[in-house]
Structures are given as C-alpha cells and as structure tokens.
Design a protein around this ligand. Structure first.
Ligand SMILES: [Zn+2]
Length: 222
C-alpha cells in the first residue's frame, strides 16, 4: 500500500487545521504509549537540554523523542552570550532543578545567522546578536580565508560556532559547579537540513580554560 504523503501546512490552512491535527496526534501517541500523558501530567524529568537554532528545519524533532524528554532553548544561530538572561536562566533551571545529564549544542549547516556573519552587510539589531559569530570568524580568519567554496566556509564557521558555544557552557559557573558533583556531559553536534542527520563535533580543549576556571579556593589576583 502506498504511504500517505507527509502533511505540508499550506496557504489555505488555518488554526483549525492545526487543532485537528493536534487531536489526531494526541490520540495516536496515547494509543502507542498510554502512560505518556498521565506521566507528563505529574511533571517533567528530562535528561537532555537541547540548545539549538530557531531555524524551522533544525529542531530537536530530529531526535525522534517523545514529549517530556528534552528541555529546549532555541535562538537565532544557537548562541549563548554571557549577558543573555534567557539562555542563562534555561541553563540554570535545567542543570540545578531538572538535573539533566546531557547538554547538546546543535548548530546546523546553511544557518542564516552564520551566512549573515560572513558578509559585511548591515542588518540592524540582529548584528549585535550575531556579534559572537563575527568574533569567532575573526579569531579563525586564516583558516576560513583558505576555504574557497562559500558553502564550505559557512559549514566550517557553523562548526566553529558550536565549539565556541560549548566552551561558553564549560565556562558557566552553574555548569562548573554541577560537574564537580555529578556526571554532566556537554556535546556539540551539527544538523544537516539536507539529510536530516546529526554529526558530532569534536570540540578541541578550551585553550583559555584556566583563565575561566572558577573555584571557591581561587584568590583574586591584584
Ligand atoms: Zn540557524
């Protein structure tokens, strides 16, 4: 029997379409896993914090997990600036209250935020948000300049941005404290919208780790 084609939300579709689909989805999930919604009604205990891009193609749905399994933070270009209260709050809650065991930073190829950072075009407010990617680009200028194909250059900067955000997490005091007490793993991955596949990124050791290491025993250097 031919498989039903996957649904695509069209120009004539409305909220009613979505509500109808939602009801069918809830029924389908309940029939496969009857305990899921009653369990979720009691609270959440996810093991994973997913930090990804807002891009419609690159969400945590690619993990194929059920509701209740992934705590999520997404923003443009999966950035974790240390002045961003939104992501800092998500991280603190996920680590200290939910006690997740894995934090996954997921970038994705063909990321609009990364493409923008490769040009010198001014876009407005978002230029401030994307500034950390531009900083990463400047830090790795020689390596990136050596790549001729723009798509490959963008892909490399996507990967470097994931590494930079993993390092940001490793310098986060909430995470440093938690890692001193229990197993808390941080992973960097990149999603390929062209294949649906995730690839693990081997993040090099943070060469500035010592400068960021925070310990109660540390003393102020004058
Ligand atoms: Zn993106």
């Amino acid at each position: 029997m031919a498989q039903k084609p996957l649904f695509r939300f069209g120009a004539t579709d409305s909220l009613a379409t979505l509500l109808e689909r939602n009801e069918k989805w809830a029924n389908r999930v309940s029939s496969v896993r009857p305990s899921l919604f009653p369990t979720n009604a009691q609270g959440q205990a996810p093991k994973i914090l997913w930090i990804g891009c807002s891009d419609s193609r690159a969400g945590e749905g690619c993990l194929d997990l059920l509701p209740g399994e992934v705590f999520v933070h997404r923003n443009i270009a999966n950035l974790l600036p240390d002045s961003d209260f939104s992501s800092l709050s998500v991280i603190q809650f996920a680590v200290q209250v939910l006690k997740v065991r894995h934090i996954i930073v997921c970038g994705h190829y063909d990321c609009g935020g990364v493409w923008s950072s490769l040009t010198s075009k001014k876009l407005g407010i978002i230029d401030h948000w994307l500034r950390p990617i531009r900083d990463t680009k400047v830090r790795h200028k020689a390596m990136l300049d050596a790549i001729e194909d723009p798509k490959d250059k963008c892909a490399r900067l996507v990967e470097l941005n994931v590494c930079a955000q993993v390092n940001n997490l490793k310098r986060n005091t909430v995470i440093i404290e938690a890692q001193g007490e229990r197993d808390l793993q941080i992973h960097g991955v990149v999603y390929d919208p062209g294949s649906g596949l995730l690839k693990e990124i081997m993040v090099p050791e943070d060469e500035y780790a010592e400068d960021y290491f925070v310990s109660d025993a540390g003393e102020l250097v004058h």
